[in-house]
Write a protein that binds this ligand. Structure first.
Ligand code: ADP
Ligand code: MG
Length: 528
């Protein structure tokens, strides 16, 4: 990284007020040549607004912009482009009924080289498409390209004008994993050529991969900027002792509170038992198991992959048949024949591979939520639409899902909001007990933090949550109490109400068999 060089760009004390909204207050931002500066922050933090001010799409209410140390005024995006600054918007910005070449030179047929013939434009287009590794032709109709290819056209368009600064606003929101990887290679290549790149994202993994420095905005205020430290192979990105770009610290900056602060309902208050398992077994993997879940608690279910956690959850909520044993829910003995019986009784299981029964990208938010409720609101095949609508509205409010309208399609939501929506579907079934199987597999740290917050508030309102996770660090963060399984059996419990502390080491000791309860230990805690 080249921080010894003078900055390419500086935004100084930028404020932007919209009627009734102070979107930015006194924000400072510096960009050096040959670096990727990640700009992070929750939805609505002001990231897009700051970048629109940079390219003159908005005029700042206060503040100044400097390029190579000289104050400049960005009249509009075209004048910014003339100074080498390009913004690739969050929303695609292409003419679908035109060819790639036409899109690249649209409104800029006259360039720094004067007037270009179509053949010259086509040739330049060919070159910049090669630079971004595109395989489609300059003559392709943009409307026939995929969303990822459209994005390559936008990057190619920027490159055709020899940019010095490239700003990408949440560019991977609509890309597959593979397409995202390719975009990262292009970005690294451009950085190598000395461009200054601002990369807006709230995905932690991307920021690790790409960023030299990270600036964090919260409520329109620059909270701080961190710099990549010397890499320490012995520390994971979430290890708070790791220097520089550290997930724990960045999440804290973005949210204004640490992950640790989410958890944990006040201790010492005895809670009412809600669900009791007495010697339940499927006669196969799960050995006779007894346990109690109480009102308003988040119980972590830890253990190694394959230890039987999923099988136990499936047994509890009627997916797999019970061979013997009893399940009591709030004093009533259950006789579950199917997941539907469990839902009726108030238990909802969210399986691990939710992708299969996941969201319908092209349907609206409201349609996606109501798919779960439809059944309950249809009497003799008749739907009560106003009741469904009311329920959908409640759920969106309860989970603090940020939407412009309930008719927004799911593909237009951020990953975090999609995750909440998925949860909303299950919550619309009104569970007393929610069983979540690896709910954070494959989701980034900021989104996790949101999920933890949601779960804490659901628990605070009295819901009981069984949280299965192979990530023991996550159980340390979120669980009020932890149960550990090994080879189809509960082998340990860590209960702070008994003075035990939930730590990684304690969970691992049980999970690997270093430590284990005897039946006597277990009897002291749970009915057998
Ligand atoms: P981010 O990109 O970080 O998600 P934005 O920059 O889009 O955040 O928004 C920051 C704040 O400014 C939000 O409260 C948003 O509602 C508000 N805002 C953004 N653009 C406008 C606008 N054109 N008119 C009024 N308010 C706006
Ligand atoms: Mg934005």
């Amino acid at each position: 990284m080249s921080t010894i060089q003078p900055p390419l760009l500086e935004m100084r004390a930028i404020s932007k007020h919209f009627p009734g909204v102070k979107a930015l207050h006194q924000v400072n931002l510096v960009l050096y040549p040959g670096e990727v500066l990640a700009l992070m922050g929750e939805n609505g933090a002001g990231k897009s607004t700051l970048m629109k001010v940079l390219v003159g799409a908005y005029q700042p209410s206060e503040g100044q912009i400097f390029i190579d140390g000289k104050a400049v005024r960005m009249k509009d995006p075209r004048s910014a482009r003339g100074m080498g600054i390009h913004l690739i918007y969050q929303e695609p910005n292409l003419a679908l009924n035109m060819k790639v070449t036409e899109n690249i030179f649209l409104g800029a047929e006259k360039t720094q080289w004067g007037l270009l013939s179509f053949q010259q434009m086509r040739k330049i287009t060919q070159q910049v498409l090669e630079q971004v590794g595109a395989t489609f032709s300059p003559d392709a109709l943009v409307g026939d390209l995929s969303r990822a290819e459209g994005q390559l056209v936008e990057i190619a368009r920027a490159l055709a004008f020899k940019p010095r600064v490239l700003v990408l606003d949440e560019p991977t929101a609509a890309l597959s994993e593979h397409e995202s990887q390719r975009l990262f290679e292009i970005i690294k290549h451009l950085r190598g050529q000395g461009l200054g790149i601002v990369y807006i994202s709230h995905r932690m993994s991307e920021v690790y991969n790409l960023a030299d420095r990270v600036s964090v905005l919260r409520n329109g205020v620059l909270i701080g900027t961190v710099q990549r430290g010397p890499e320490d192979p012995n520390r994971s990105p979430v290890d708070p002792r790791r220097a520089g770009i550290n997930a724990e610290k960045l999440v804290q900056m973005m949210l204004g509170q640490s992950l640790q602060e989410f958890q944990k309902n006040p201790q010492g208050t005895p809670r009412k038992p809600v669900l009791e398992l007495i010697q339940v077994t499927d006669g196969k993997k799960i050995k006779p198991t007894s346990l109690t879940l109480r009102e308003g608690e988040i119980v972590g279910l830890g253990g190694l992959v394959g230890s039987g956690r999923t099988e136990l959850a499936r047994l509890i909520c009627g997916v797999s048949p019970l061979k013997s044993g009893k399940i009591w829910l709030q004093g009533n003995m259950l006789d579950l024949k199917s997941p539907r019986d469990a839902i009726q009784a108030g238990m909802v299981y969210v399986p691990e591979d939710r992708v299969n029964d996941g969201l319908f990208a092209r349907l609206s938010v409201s349609e996606n939520i109501s798919i779960g409720v439809l059944e309950r609101h249809s009497h003799m095949g008749l739907l009560n639409f106003s009741e469904v609508a009311r329920q959908v509205k409640n759920t969106v409010t309860r989970l603090n899902i940020k939407l412009s309208s309930l008719h927004t399609t799911v593909e237009d939501l951020s990953g975090g909001n999609q995750q909440k929506l998925l949860l909303a579907r299950y919550l619309s079934l009104n569970p007393r007990i929610l069983l979540l199987d690896e709910p954070t597999a494959g989701i980034d740290v900021a989104t996790r933090a949101e999920l933890y917050r949601t779960l804490s508030s659901l628990a605070a309102s009295g819901m009981t949550i069984l949280f299965i996770s192979s990530d023991s660090a996550e159980l340390v963060q979120i669980a009020d109490r932890v149960l550990v399984m090994k080879e189809g059996e509960l082998v340990g419990e860590i209960d702070p109400a008994r003075g035990e502390s939930i730590t990684l080491e304690h969970i691992m000791e049980f999970a690997t068999g270093l430590k284990g309860f005897t039946p006597e230990d277990w009897k002291k805690r749970h009915v057998l």
